[in-house]
Design a protein around this ligand. Structure first.
Ligand code: TRP
Length: 349
């Protein structure tokens, strides 16, 4: 049953650390309003995390909890009856479906996947089979949540993601089509990508996107003093050596953050004008940004504090995992039936 909500949303994130402002702008912010209209599944992709962080047990284990807290903190609410937090490793059907889908996925689709190609360029460790097949695993993450196409014909699964995930969603639909060409009638749903148009947030150093490995992040869980220090240390317009010469506000990270996080549009407009005219210093502009970020983070900290009182596994993940396993069982049954792998008698203990 999908309740009276319109359809399903599935999206995911790898638990490889606490979430930061970049995750908020690029992903989480777009997910929040979907909770009002859809049955939402937010996947904590701990198995996929092993494609980049195998052997880093502690980090992944700790990050599962941190990500759940970050989710709750920004207003994704796994305690609502249409919103589920799902831990990938707790749903074995995902692994099973990955294997089945891999049988209809040509290797060339993986080799030509632009995101995979990009990631291969920067990999320091050996490339594993698990890494190379993660687009198939991601197709399973999505399509496991297919409702029954017989009762929901033409319906798709909405997947809100950043731009870099688009090749994986295209692959997902290609795989679904390949599956149906070989094993029709239709048993899986297509996915519909929803790309965030806000894109990536630059790091505090202005050097590239905000990312832990660049040490240029402000985490959602950062406390006041950490935020103050990070804002004070932010890069601004490198060509502006004195406060009384005109400065750039377009590519200036301090102004990018003002535009992203300062709710006071008048203040932002005023500061922008003054800065371009060389009439306000970096110190002042940063002090105002710090104040704005503190206001933005206040309710996030408050909700995180409340969420810390919850039993993450028992109250949130257990409910989401159970729902996912129930849906997964139905999907796997349809898939096995289609593939001629349905031997119900053999499952009796
Ligand atoms: N690959 C995504 C990322 O790195 C995480 C992810 C896993 C995902 N499974 C997914 C995203 C399914 C969308 C749908 O951020």
């Amino acid at each position: 049953m999908q309740g009276n909500k319109r359809g399903r949303v599935l999206t995911g994130i790898r638990p490889t650390g606490r979430l930061h402002l970049g995750h908020y702008v690029g992903a989480l912010k777009q997910w929040i309003p979907l909770q009002d209209d859809y049955e939402c599944f937010f996947l904590i992709a701990d198995v996929q995390a092993l494609t980049t962080h195998a052997g880093n047990r502690e980090l992944i284990e700790r990050s599962v909890r941190e990500v759940v807290l970050d989710f709750m903190a920004v207003g994704l609410d796994g305690s609502r009856d249409n919103v589920y937090f799902v831990l990938q490793s707790a749903v074995p059907a995902l692994t099973e479906l990955t294997t089945y889908l891999s049988m209809v996925t040509p290797q060339t689709w993986i080799d030509s996947n632009p995101t995979i190609k990009d990631e291969l360029k920067t990999r320091r460790t050996d490339v594993t089979v698990g890494f190379m097949t993660y687009p198939v695993s991601q197709a399973a993450d999505i399509t496991l949540f297919s409702g029954d196409p017989k009762t929901h014909p033409g319906e798709s699964i909405l997947v809100p993601v950043g731009e870099d995930q688009i090749p994986h969603l295209k692959s997902t639909n290609d795989i679904v089509n390949a599956f149906h060409r070989m094993y029709g009638p239709v048993v899986l749903m297509q996915c519909a990508p929803k790309v965030s148009n806000i894109g990536r947030l630059v790091g505090t150093d202005g050097q590239g996107k905000m990312s832990k490995s660049m040490d240029n992040v402000i985490e959602l869980a950062d406390l006041t003093e950490a935020v103050r220090k990070k804002v004070q240390g932010m890069f601004t317009d490198p060509k502006r050596i004195r406060a009384d010469i005109p400065g750039d506000t377009e590519d200036n990270p301090v102004f990018i953050y003002h535009r992203a996080f300062n709710p006071n549009a008048n203040e932002v407009a005023e500061l922008t004008k003054l800065y371009q005219e060389g009439r306000v210093g970096d110190v002042e502009v940063k002090a105002r940004l710090f104040a704005a970020l503190e206001m933005f983070l206040a309710p996030i900290r408050e909700r995180r504090h409340e969420a810390e009182k919850l039993h993450i596994e028992g109250d949130l993940l257990a409910v989401g995992n159970a729902r996912a396993r129930r849906i997964g069982k139905l999907t796997i049954e349809r898939v096995r039936e289609a593939m001629g792998l349905n031997y119900p008698n053999l499952f009796n203990e």
